[in-house]
Design a protein around this ligand. Structure first.
Ligand code: PSV
Ligand code: MN
Length: 385
């Protein structure tokens, strides 16, 4: 087996429980037939994606969307479906109390409630065996003067420190940033620099999560990847793609070249394998397309970009760079990007004993018909609108 094939075989991509559920824009959620009604059903769908792709062995949970009474039992259910529970995503953005912020709210009672939720998420990690707590805060302000920008940073640092102190030896905190939305004037964790600074202050168990949809148009995301890798502070990705803002479309759909450039930085830093500790997660919403095939497709898109990054001729690239051969160096990269890696990936899947075409295999499997017939009654999971 080539090194590239071995690396692709060992690759791990985590799927998000919420992508299996109903979602939409703030205008409308379009319900789909067969959508899960419970966290258990979301996990069953994640199991199908893993069986068909061979590289998606964990599913991220979002609390309270995936709240259950017994998390150890949920982890056991996941194991029966052939997957593990991945990151625990906190949710401090959907309560009336959080109108003016969660951990940065001027009201100490609301801050306490928000921090308690984050601590509860660590309890859930203990029960599920999850390594990662993913934090995203919708906190910010809409109008100049609304609150003190500096005081909000102090409140954020205080809450993060309390949660950090609660982490076990093998647990981590992933701090995710986002430029804007739902706050429109200031956001308390708007960019990688802010997330990085807080993570440095906290210590080694705090790492930055890059959600690819959370940047201003034109941002060079691979620069951020390279910088954080060098600093040992890149903990995870939330992959998705965007044309305008936080569109949450399928990763690699809007800009496959950008995804290749990101994966190239990962491969160049030897950070693809599990030992590097980077969680490659999807964070997407499939609002108008069929969900499970879209998630399979997203996994394959990450795999394709990775395959292209792995076949870059590193020696030729280094030689061209040393020689100051601008065009030659660029040509090495573009050669890899222009290579059709699909035959190589089909062979890899055949070697792994799975169908070379996972999307076609899903359509043939009858699973969609089965869930559409079985999942009637009850309430479909989703976040309303
Ligand atoms: C916020 O936009 C975000 O990217 C965070 O990761 C949330 O947990 C997730 O979306 C909710 O879908
Ligand atoms: Mn995200």
């Amino acid at each position: 087996m080539t090194d590239a094939a071995a690396a692709l075989r060992a690759q791990r991509i985590e799927t998000p429980s919420w992508a299996y559920a109903n979602s939409g824009t703030r205008f409308k959620v379009f319900a789909q037939a067969g959508v899960p009604r419970t966290p258990q059903e979301k996990i069953a769908d994640a199991g199908v994606v893993h069986r068909l792709t061979g590289v998606a062995p964990t599913v991220a949970l979002h609390i309270p969307w995936d709240k259950v009474d017994d998390y150890a039992a949920l982890a056991a259910h996941a194991a029966e479906q052939g997957v593990g529970i991945g990151a625990i995503n906190s949710n401090v953005f959907q309560d009336d109390d959080y109108k003016l912020g969660s951990v940065t709210n001027p009201d100490p009672r609301v801050r306490r409630k928000a921090t308690d939720h984050l601590l509860e998420c660590v309890d859930i990690m203990d029960a599920t065996g999850s390594r990662d707590l993913k934090l995203w805060f919708s906190d910010g302000t809409n109008y100049p003067g609304q609150d003190s920008i500096r005081a909000r940073q102090d409140r954020l640092a205080e809450a993060l420190a309390e949660v950090y102190a609660r982490l076990g030896d093998d647990q981590r905190m992933l701090l995710e940033y986002k430029l804007f939305e739902p706050a429109f004037y200031t956001t308390d964790v708007p960019d990688w620099g802010t997330a990085f600074a807080h993570c440095i202050e906290l210590g080694p168990k705090a790492q930055v999560c890059i959600d690819t949809g959370h940047h201003a148009p034109g941002t060079n995301i691979e620069f951020i990847v390279a910088f954080l890798l060098r600093a040992g502070k890149l903990g995870a990705f939330d992959f998705n793609s965007r044309f305008y803002a936080d569109d949450d479309l399928m990763v690699g759909a809007a800009d496959p070249f950008q995804l290749f450039r990101i994966m190239f930085e990962i491969v160049a830093a030897d950070a693809l394998g599990e030992a590097a500790g980077i969680a490659f997660m999807l964070d997407q919403c499939h609002n108008i397309e069929a969900k499970i095939p879209a998630i399979i497709r997203s996994v394959l898109n990450v795999q394709e970009a990775t395959a292209k990054a792995l076949i870059v001729d590193a020696a030729a690239l280094a030689a061209a760079q040393r020689a100051g051969d601008v065009l030659g160096a660029n040509a090495v990269l573009m050669d890899a990007f222009s290579t059709d890696v699909r035959p190589m990936l089909r062979d890899l899947r055949a070697d792994m004993g799975i169908d070379p075409d996972p999307v076609a295999a899903y359509h043939r499997s009858g699973y969609q018909k089965q869930i559409e017939a079985d999942r009637v009654g009850g309430e479909q999971a989703g976040w309303g609108a």
